[in-house]
Ligand binder design. Sequence first.
Ligand code: NAP
Ligand code: G4F
Length: 328
Amino acid sequence: MTKRALITGITGQDGSYLAELLLSKGYEVHGLVRRSSSFNRGRIDPISEADPEAGKRLHLHYGDMTDGVSLVNLVRTIEPHEVYNLAAQSHVKVSFEMPEYTASADAIGTVRLLEAIRSANLECRFYQASTSEMFGATPPPQGESTAFYPRSPYGAAKLYAHWVTVNYREAYDMFAVSGILFNHESPRRGETFVTRKITMAVARIAAGLQDELVLGNLDAVRDWGYAKEYVEGMWRMLQHDAPETFVLGTGVGTSVREFCQTSFEHVGLDWQKYVTHDDRYERPTEVDALIADPSKSRDVLGWEAKTHATDLARLMVDADVEALVTER
Ligand code: NAP
Ligand code: G4F
Protein backbone atom coordinates (compact mmCIF):
# COMPACT_ATOMS: atom_id res chain seq x y z
CA MET A 1 0.00 0.00 0.00
CA THR A 2 1.29 3.47 -0.88
CA LYS A 3 1.40 5.66 2.20
CA ARG A 4 0.02 9.18 1.90
CA ALA A 5 1.59 12.02 3.87
CA LEU A 6 0.42 15.61 4.25
CA ILE A 7 3.10 18.21 5.00
CA THR A 8 2.16 21.72 6.05
CA GLY A 9 5.07 24.12 5.56
CA ILE A 10 6.35 22.11 2.58
CA THR A 11 7.85 25.23 0.98
CA GLY A 12 10.08 25.86 4.01
CA GLN A 13 13.52 24.51 4.88
CA ASP A 14 12.35 21.39 6.75
CA GLY A 15 9.32 20.78 4.54
CA SER A 16 11.48 20.52 1.44
CA TYR A 17 13.91 18.04 3.03
CA LEU A 18 11.04 16.01 4.48
CA ALA A 19 9.26 15.87 1.11
CA GLU A 20 12.45 14.51 -0.48
CA LEU A 21 12.86 11.93 2.26
CA LEU A 22 9.26 10.68 2.07
CA LEU A 23 9.30 10.55 -1.74
CA SER A 24 12.52 8.51 -1.58
CA LYS A 25 10.67 6.07 0.70
CA GLY A 26 7.85 5.66 -1.86
CA TYR A 27 5.23 7.90 -0.18
CA GLU A 28 2.62 9.94 -2.01
CA VAL A 29 3.33 13.41 -0.65
CA HIS A 30 0.77 16.21 -0.39
CA GLY A 31 1.87 19.69 0.59
CA LEU A 32 -0.08 22.70 1.81
CA VAL A 33 1.09 25.90 0.15
CA ARG A 34 0.05 29.49 0.73
CA ARG A 35 -0.98 31.64 -2.15
CA SER A 36 1.69 34.29 -2.63
CA SER A 37 2.01 37.15 -5.11
CA SER A 38 5.63 36.18 -5.58
CA PHE A 39 7.34 32.84 -6.18
CA ASN A 40 7.54 30.71 -2.99
CA ARG A 41 8.35 27.22 -4.35
CA GLY A 42 12.08 27.63 -4.89
CA ARG A 43 12.91 24.84 -2.41
CA ILE A 44 10.46 22.27 -3.78
CA ASP A 45 10.42 22.74 -7.55
CA PRO A 46 13.93 21.23 -7.84
CA ILE A 47 12.57 17.96 -6.35
CA SER A 48 10.46 17.21 -9.45
CA GLU A 49 13.15 18.56 -11.77
CA ALA A 50 15.77 16.20 -10.28
CA ASP A 51 13.47 13.17 -10.23
CA PRO A 52 10.39 13.50 -12.49
CA GLU A 53 9.13 10.03 -11.43
CA ALA A 54 9.11 11.02 -7.76
CA GLY A 55 7.64 14.38 -8.79
CA LYS A 56 4.51 12.56 -10.02
CA ARG A 57 3.86 11.54 -6.40
CA LEU A 58 4.15 15.14 -5.15
CA HIS A 59 0.91 17.14 -5.02
CA LEU A 60 0.49 20.73 -3.84
CA HIS A 61 -2.73 22.26 -2.50
CA TYR A 62 -3.59 25.81 -1.54
CA GLY A 63 -4.49 26.45 2.07
CA ASP A 64 -3.47 28.34 5.16
CA MET A 65 -3.04 27.50 8.85
CA THR A 66 -5.27 30.48 9.67
CA ASP A 67 -8.10 29.09 7.52
CA GLY A 68 -9.72 26.11 9.25
CA VAL A 69 -12.04 25.29 6.35
CA SER A 70 -9.10 24.75 4.00
CA LEU A 71 -7.56 22.33 6.51
CA VAL A 72 -10.79 20.37 7.00
CA ASN A 73 -11.33 20.02 3.24
CA LEU A 74 -7.73 19.04 2.61
CA VAL A 75 -7.62 16.34 5.28
CA ARG A 76 -10.94 14.85 4.12
CA THR A 77 -9.87 14.83 0.47
CA ILE A 78 -6.39 13.37 0.98
CA GLU A 79 -7.12 11.01 3.90
CA PRO A 80 -3.43 11.00 4.88
CA HIS A 81 -1.79 8.22 6.91
CA GLU A 82 0.71 10.74 8.33
CA VAL A 83 0.45 14.50 8.85
CA TYR A 84 3.55 16.59 9.52
CA ASN A 85 2.61 20.04 10.83
CA LEU A 86 5.66 22.15 9.95
CA ALA A 87 3.89 25.36 8.91
CA ALA A 88 4.56 28.30 11.18
CA GLN A 89 5.52 31.94 11.41
CA SER A 90 8.90 30.65 12.56
CA HIS A 91 10.92 33.82 13.16
CA VAL A 92 11.32 34.68 16.86
CA LYS A 93 12.08 38.40 16.36
CA VAL A 94 9.15 38.80 13.94
CA SER A 95 6.83 37.24 16.54
CA PHE A 96 7.34 40.31 18.77
CA GLU A 97 6.08 42.46 15.89
CA MET A 98 3.23 40.08 14.91
CA PRO A 99 2.22 38.31 18.12
CA GLU A 100 -1.43 37.84 17.22
CA TYR A 101 -0.77 36.44 13.75
CA THR A 102 1.96 34.18 15.19
CA ALA A 103 -0.52 32.82 17.74
CA SER A 104 -3.15 32.24 15.05
CA ALA A 105 -0.82 30.40 12.65
CA ASP A 106 1.36 28.53 15.15
CA ALA A 107 -0.94 27.85 18.13
CA ILE A 108 -4.53 27.92 16.87
CA GLY A 109 -3.40 26.59 13.48
CA THR A 110 -2.27 23.42 15.23
CA VAL A 111 -5.58 22.85 16.97
CA ARG A 112 -7.40 23.61 13.69
CA LEU A 113 -5.42 20.83 12.03
CA LEU A 114 -5.86 18.38 14.91
CA GLU A 115 -9.62 19.02 14.83
CA ALA A 116 -9.68 18.50 11.06
CA ILE A 117 -8.12 15.06 11.59
CA ARG A 118 -10.28 14.16 14.61
CA SER A 119 -13.55 15.19 12.96
CA ALA A 120 -12.68 13.15 9.85
CA ASN A 121 -12.29 10.03 12.03
CA LEU A 122 -8.98 9.16 10.40
CA GLU A 123 -6.43 6.64 11.63
CA CYS A 124 -3.68 9.14 11.07
CA ARG A 125 -0.33 9.78 12.75
CA PHE A 126 0.38 13.45 13.55
CA TYR A 127 3.74 15.17 14.00
CA GLN A 128 3.94 18.62 15.61
CA ALA A 129 7.03 20.75 14.96
CA SER A 130 7.79 21.87 18.50
CA THR A 131 10.83 23.88 19.41
CA SER A 132 13.60 24.33 21.95
CA GLU A 133 12.38 27.97 22.18
CA MET A 134 9.74 26.58 24.56
CA PHE A 135 12.54 26.04 27.14
CA GLY A 136 13.50 29.72 26.84
CA ALA A 137 14.89 30.88 30.16
CA THR A 138 15.37 27.40 31.67
CA PRO A 139 19.11 26.68 31.66
CA PRO A 140 20.62 23.80 29.64
CA PRO A 141 20.86 20.91 29.17
CA GLN A 142 17.20 20.70 28.09
CA GLY A 143 15.44 17.36 27.61
CA GLU A 144 11.91 15.94 27.43
CA SER A 145 11.21 16.56 31.13
CA THR A 146 12.79 20.01 31.44
CA ALA A 147 10.45 22.82 32.56
CA PHE A 148 9.24 25.22 29.86
CA TYR A 149 9.71 29.02 30.13
CA PRO A 150 9.13 30.64 26.72
CA ARG A 151 10.59 34.09 26.12
CA SER A 152 8.74 35.23 22.98
CA PRO A 153 5.24 35.22 21.47
CA TYR A 154 6.61 32.52 19.14
CA GLY A 155 7.77 30.36 22.05
CA ALA A 156 4.45 30.85 23.85
CA ALA A 157 2.42 29.98 20.73
CA LYS A 158 4.51 26.84 20.15
CA LEU A 159 4.05 25.84 23.78
CA TYR A 160 0.26 25.92 23.33
CA ALA A 161 0.66 23.80 20.18
CA HIS A 162 2.85 21.33 22.08
CA TRP A 163 0.38 20.95 24.94
CA VAL A 164 -2.67 20.67 22.70
CA THR A 165 -0.84 17.92 20.79
CA VAL A 166 -0.20 16.07 24.07
CA ASN A 167 -3.83 16.66 25.06
CA TYR A 168 -5.24 15.19 21.82
CA ARG A 169 -2.98 12.18 22.37
CA GLU A 170 -4.39 11.66 25.85
CA ALA A 171 -8.01 12.77 25.32
CA TYR A 172 -8.74 11.12 21.97
CA ASP A 173 -6.09 8.41 21.81
CA MET A 174 -4.63 10.05 18.73
CA PHE A 175 -1.13 9.11 17.56
CA ALA A 176 0.04 12.67 18.13
CA VAL A 177 3.78 13.24 18.51
CA SER A 178 5.61 16.37 19.58
CA GLY A 179 9.18 16.67 18.29
CA ILE A 180 11.08 19.31 20.26
CA LEU A 181 13.81 20.25 17.84
CA PHE A 182 16.80 22.42 18.61
CA ASN A 183 18.06 24.81 15.94
CA HIS A 184 18.78 23.12 12.64
CA GLU A 185 20.16 24.83 9.59
CA SER A 186 21.24 24.15 6.02
CA PRO A 187 21.92 25.90 2.72
CA ARG A 188 18.09 26.09 2.46
CA ARG A 189 17.77 28.04 5.72
CA GLY A 190 15.77 31.28 5.53
CA GLU A 191 18.08 34.23 4.88
CA THR A 192 17.12 36.21 8.01
CA PHE A 193 18.07 33.50 10.52
CA VAL A 194 21.49 34.21 11.99
CA THR A 195 23.48 31.26 10.56
CA ARG A 196 22.39 31.86 6.97
CA LYS A 197 22.73 35.61 7.38
CA ILE A 198 26.34 34.99 8.40
CA THR A 199 27.23 32.43 5.71
CA MET A 200 25.68 34.50 2.91
CA ALA A 201 27.55 37.58 4.12
CA VAL A 202 30.82 35.63 4.29
CA ALA A 203 30.39 34.51 0.67
CA ARG A 204 29.55 38.04 -0.47
CA ILE A 205 32.40 39.64 1.51
CA ALA A 206 34.88 37.09 0.12
CA ALA A 207 33.64 37.96 -3.39
CA GLY A 208 34.04 41.70 -2.76
CA LEU A 209 30.26 42.34 -2.97
CA GLN A 210 29.72 43.42 0.66
CA ASP A 211 31.97 44.99 3.29
CA GLU A 212 30.07 44.68 6.57
CA LEU A 213 27.83 42.26 8.50
CA VAL A 214 25.51 43.85 11.06
CA LEU A 215 24.37 41.54 13.86
CA GLY A 216 22.69 41.66 17.28
CA ASN A 217 23.57 39.52 20.31
CA LEU A 218 26.78 37.56 19.71
CA ASP A 219 26.73 35.88 23.14
CA ALA A 220 23.65 33.74 22.54
CA VAL A 221 24.40 30.01 22.53
CA ARG A 222 22.51 27.59 20.31
CA ASP A 223 22.67 23.87 19.57
CA TRP A 224 22.98 23.96 15.78
CA GLY A 225 22.49 20.78 13.74
CA TYR A 226 21.89 19.94 10.07
CA ALA A 227 18.23 20.07 8.94
CA LYS A 228 18.59 17.20 6.47
CA GLU A 229 19.39 14.84 9.37
CA TYR A 230 16.54 16.17 11.55
CA VAL A 231 13.73 15.28 9.11
CA GLU A 232 14.81 11.64 9.40
CA GLY A 233 14.23 12.00 13.16
CA MET A 234 10.70 13.36 12.54
CA TRP A 235 9.88 10.36 10.35
CA ARG A 236 11.27 7.91 12.92
CA MET A 237 9.07 9.46 15.61
CA LEU A 238 5.97 8.60 13.55
CA GLN A 239 7.20 5.02 12.91
CA HIS A 240 7.76 4.40 16.65
CA ASP A 241 5.28 2.02 18.31
CA ALA A 242 3.82 4.70 20.62
CA PRO A 243 3.14 8.44 20.35
CA GLU A 244 5.57 10.30 22.57
CA THR A 245 7.55 13.52 22.88
CA PHE A 246 11.15 13.52 21.68
CA VAL A 247 14.01 16.03 21.69
CA LEU A 248 16.38 16.26 18.70
CA GLY A 249 19.67 18.13 19.00
CA THR A 250 23.42 17.65 18.87
CA GLY A 251 24.09 18.19 22.58
CA VAL A 252 26.75 20.78 21.73
CA GLY A 253 26.40 24.53 22.36
CA THR A 254 28.07 27.15 20.15
CA SER A 255 27.83 30.94 20.44
CA VAL A 256 26.85 33.23 17.58
CA ARG A 257 30.37 34.69 17.91
CA GLU A 258 31.98 31.25 17.44
CA PHE A 259 29.74 30.49 14.44
CA CYS A 260 30.91 33.81 12.91
CA GLN A 261 34.56 33.06 13.58
CA THR A 262 34.37 29.58 12.00
CA SER A 263 32.49 30.88 8.94
CA PHE A 264 34.90 33.74 8.23
CA GLU A 265 37.98 31.59 8.92
CA HIS A 266 36.75 29.07 6.35
CA VAL A 267 37.43 31.64 3.60
CA GLY A 268 40.58 32.96 5.28
CA LEU A 269 39.04 36.13 6.78
CA ASP A 270 39.10 37.64 10.30
CA TRP A 271 35.45 38.11 11.40
CA GLN A 272 36.31 41.01 13.73
CA LYS A 273 37.16 43.21 10.74
CA TYR A 274 33.66 42.90 9.26
CA VAL A 275 31.07 42.31 12.01
CA THR A 276 29.37 45.33 13.57
CA HIS A 277 26.50 45.62 16.04
CA ASP A 278 23.04 47.17 15.83
CA ASP A 279 20.42 47.09 18.60
CA ARG A 280 17.70 46.57 16.00
CA TYR A 281 18.68 42.90 15.85
CA GLU A 282 18.32 42.44 19.62
CA ARG A 283 15.12 40.97 21.07
CA PRO A 284 13.00 42.43 23.93
CA THR A 285 13.65 39.17 25.80
CA GLU A 286 16.49 36.90 24.69
CA VAL A 287 17.00 33.17 25.07
CA ASP A 288 20.59 32.94 26.31
CA ALA A 289 21.44 29.27 25.89
CA LEU A 290 19.81 26.22 24.33
CA ILE A 291 21.71 22.92 24.44
CA ALA A 292 19.88 19.62 24.00
CA ASP A 293 19.98 16.44 25.97
CA PRO A 294 19.17 14.18 22.98
CA SER A 295 19.70 10.88 24.81
CA LYS A 296 16.07 9.65 24.56
CA SER A 297 16.06 9.95 20.74
CA ARG A 298 19.40 8.16 20.56
CA ASP A 299 18.29 5.32 22.86
CA VAL A 300 14.69 4.89 21.63
CA LEU A 301 14.79 5.95 17.97
CA GLY A 302 18.44 5.22 17.20
CA TRP A 303 18.69 8.81 15.90
CA GLU A 304 21.87 10.83 16.39
CA ALA A 305 23.04 14.13 14.87
CA LYS A 306 26.18 13.62 12.79
CA THR A 307 26.92 17.19 11.71
CA HIS A 308 27.82 19.70 14.41
CA ALA A 309 28.16 23.49 14.23
CA THR A 310 31.71 23.72 12.86
CA ASP A 311 31.10 21.39 9.90
CA LEU A 312 27.67 22.93 9.41
CA ALA A 313 29.13 26.45 9.15
CA ARG A 314 31.66 25.23 6.60
CA LEU A 315 29.12 23.40 4.45
CA MET A 316 26.80 26.42 4.49
CA VAL A 317 29.61 28.80 3.53
CA ASP A 318 30.66 26.46 0.70
CA ALA A 319 27.07 26.34 -0.60
CA ASP A 320 26.71 30.14 -0.49
CA VAL A 321 30.07 30.62 -2.25
CA GLU A 322 28.97 28.13 -4.91
CA ALA A 323 25.57 29.80 -5.31
CA LEU A 324 27.27 33.15 -5.97
CA VAL A 325 29.50 31.59 -8.62
CA THR A 326 26.45 30.03 -10.35
CA GLU A 327 24.51 33.31 -10.10
CA ARG A 328 27.31 35.22 -11.78
P1 NAP B 1 10.53 27.92 7.63
O1 NAP B 1 11.63 27.67 6.66
O2 NAP B 1 10.28 29.29 8.12
O3 NAP B 1 9.18 27.36 6.91
C1 NAP B 1 7.92 27.67 7.43
C2 NAP B 1 6.87 27.11 6.50
O4 NAP B 1 5.58 27.44 7.03
C3 NAP B 1 6.91 27.70 5.08
O5 NAP B 1 6.55 26.70 4.17
C4 NAP B 1 5.82 28.75 5.13
O6 NAP B 1 5.27 29.07 3.87
C5 NAP B 1 4.80 28.04 5.99
N1 NAP B 1 3.81 28.92 6.60
C6 NAP B 1 4.01 30.01 7.37
N2 NAP B 1 2.85 30.54 7.76
C7 NAP B 1 1.87 29.77 7.20
C8 NAP B 1 0.47 29.82 7.21
N3 NAP B 1 -0.20 30.76 7.88
N4 NAP B 1 -0.22 28.86 6.54
C9 NAP B 1 0.44 27.91 5.84
N5 NAP B 1 1.78 27.83 5.78
C10 NAP B 1 2.49 28.75 6.46
O7 NAP B 1 10.67 26.98 8.89
P2 NAP B 1 11.58 25.68 9.11
O8 NAP B 1 12.91 26.12 9.60
O9 NAP B 1 11.47 24.81 7.95
O10 NAP B 1 10.85 25.02 10.36
C11 NAP B 1 9.78 24.11 10.18
C12 NAP B 1 8.94 24.07 11.45
O11 NAP B 1 9.76 23.64 12.54
C13 NAP B 1 8.36 25.40 11.89
O12 NAP B 1 7.10 25.13 12.49
C14 NAP B 1 9.32 25.91 12.93
O13 NAP B 1 8.66 26.78 13.83
C15 NAP B 1 9.74 24.61 13.58
N6 NAP B 1 11.09 24.57 14.16
C16 NAP B 1 12.17 24.96 13.41
C17 NAP B 1 13.44 24.86 13.94
C18 NAP B 1 14.66 25.25 13.16
O14 NAP B 1 15.73 25.45 13.77
N7 NAP B 1 14.59 25.33 11.82
C19 NAP B 1 13.61 24.37 15.26
C20 NAP B 1 12.49 23.96 15.97
C21 NAP B 1 11.24 24.05 15.41
P3 NAP B 1 5.91 30.21 2.92
O15 NAP B 1 7.04 29.52 2.17
O16 NAP B 1 4.76 30.58 2.04
O17 NAP B 1 6.40 31.32 3.79
O1 G4F C 1 18.83 32.37 13.98
P1 G4F C 1 17.89 32.91 14.97
O2 G4F C 1 16.91 33.93 14.51
O3 G4F C 1 17.15 31.64 15.59
P2 G4F C 1 16.33 31.43 16.95
O4 G4F C 1 15.81 32.70 17.49
O5 G4F C 1 17.17 30.59 17.85
O6 G4F C 1 15.07 30.60 16.41
C1 G4F C 1 15.25 29.51 15.50
O7 G4F C 1 15.45 28.33 16.24
C2 G4F C 1 14.31 27.92 17.03
C3 G4F C 1 14.72 26.63 17.76
O8 G4F C 1 15.33 26.96 18.98
C4 G4F C 1 13.14 27.70 16.11
F1 G4F C 1 12.06 27.27 16.81
C5 G4F C 1 12.81 29.00 15.40
O9 G4F C 1 11.73 28.77 14.49
C6 G4F C 1 14.01 29.45 14.61
O10 G4F C 1 14.25 28.50 13.58
O11 G4F C 1 18.69 33.54 16.19
C7 G4F C 1 19.66 32.79 16.91
C8 G4F C 1 20.38 33.70 17.89
C9 G4F C 1 19.41 34.55 18.74
O12 G4F C 1 19.88 34.55 20.05
C10 G4F C 1 19.54 35.95 18.17
O13 G4F C 1 19.32 36.98 19.12
O14 G4F C 1 21.14 34.64 17.12
C11 G4F C 1 20.97 35.94 17.68
N1 G4F C 1 21.26 36.92 16.65
C12 G4F C 1 22.27 37.83 16.69
N2 G4F C 1 22.24 38.63 15.63
C13 G4F C 1 20.56 37.14 15.51
C14 G4F C 1 21.18 38.21 14.87
N3 G4F C 1 19.49 36.51 14.99
C15 G4F C 1 19.02 36.94 13.80
N4 G4F C 1 17.97 36.31 13.24
N5 G4F C 1 19.60 38.00 13.13
C16 G4F C 1 20.68 38.67 13.63
O15 G4F C 1 21.17 39.62 13.02
